[in-house]
Structure formats: structure tokens, C-alpha cells
Design a protein around this ligand. Structure first.
Ligand code: FE2
Length: 135
């Protein structure tokens, strides 16, 4: 099912919100490509996108957490680190196995899960904190 961004997820920081929306677009593209039988090609695209995105996006959030003395900074950062470990393994697997169907499905699941468990929970919480600091 396609993922929808909504304003309850806004962090009040345009940079972060734009990055989240871009990620959602990419996850939805992958889902659509899978339905059309083009999952393997799209997997390589999304992985090269994530390569830069993960560093830039996590970096942006961590900068804001640091700047605003976010009390849950370390828990949040740990999740970013574990995603990065997962992502590096995924790249290794892609390099050795190529874009297999199993990898396509696993990646789609992982990203949807990341959306539900991280963006819609932890990032939302961070957003509420940042918004409260801006008021
Ligand atoms: Fe985050």
C-alpha cells in the first residue's frame, strides 16, 4: 500500500520535511515498480539514492537534535546507526548477489517498516519537540 505523508508528521523544519517526503516518494516508486514487474531495476535506483540520502538526512536531524538539546538524542541516533548498518549490508548483498527478487521484497519491507517505526514515531516525536522550541 502506498504511503502518504500528512501534516501531523511535520517537524516544523522544512529541510527535514522535504527529505521525508522525498523518501516516501521513493518508497512508493519501488512499490509501483514491483507491481509492474520492474522491482529489480528500481531497487538499484533506490539504493543509489539512499547512499547519499542516509548520510545527509540523518546528519540534518542529528544537527537539529544537538542544536536544540533534544533529550532523546542518543536513542534516536542509535536507530540511525542501526539503519546505516542494515543499509551497508544491503549494499554488500546487492554487490554480491545482484538485484534478486528476495532483496527487492526485503528492501521494500524494511523501508515500509522504517516509515512506520521511525518516521511516524521517533521523527514525529522529534518534530513535536522542535515545534515546541520554535513557539
Ligand atoms: Fe530520524
Amino acid at each position: 500500500m502506498a504511503i502518504q505523508w500528512n501534516s501531523s508528521l511535520a517537524t516544523g523544519v522544512a529541510e527535514i520535511d522535504n527529505q521525508h517526503q522525498e523518501l516516501i516518494k521513493r518508497i512508493n516508486n519501488l512499490l509501483e515498480a514491483m507491481r509492474e514487474g520492474k522491482g529489480k531495476e528500481t531497487l538499484e535506483k533506490i539504493i543509489s539514492f539512499l547512499d547519499e540520502y542516509v548520510i545527509v538526512h540523518f546528519g540534518t536531524e542529528e544537527e537539529y537534535m544537538d542544536q536544540y538539546n533534544y533529550p532523546e538524542y542518543s536513542t534516536h541516533k542509535e536507530e540511525h546507526q542501526s539503519f546505516t548498518v542494515y543499509f551497508n549490508n544491503l549494499k554488500k548483498e546487492l554487490a554480491s548477489e545482484g538485484p534478486t527478487s528476495v532483496l527487492v521484497i526485503q528492501t521494500q519491507r524494511k523501508l515500509s517498516e522504517w516509515w512506520e517505526n521511525h518516521i511516524a514515531l521517533l521523527d514525529k516525536k522529534l518534530g513535536e519537540y522542535l515545534i515546541s522550541k520554535h513557539e
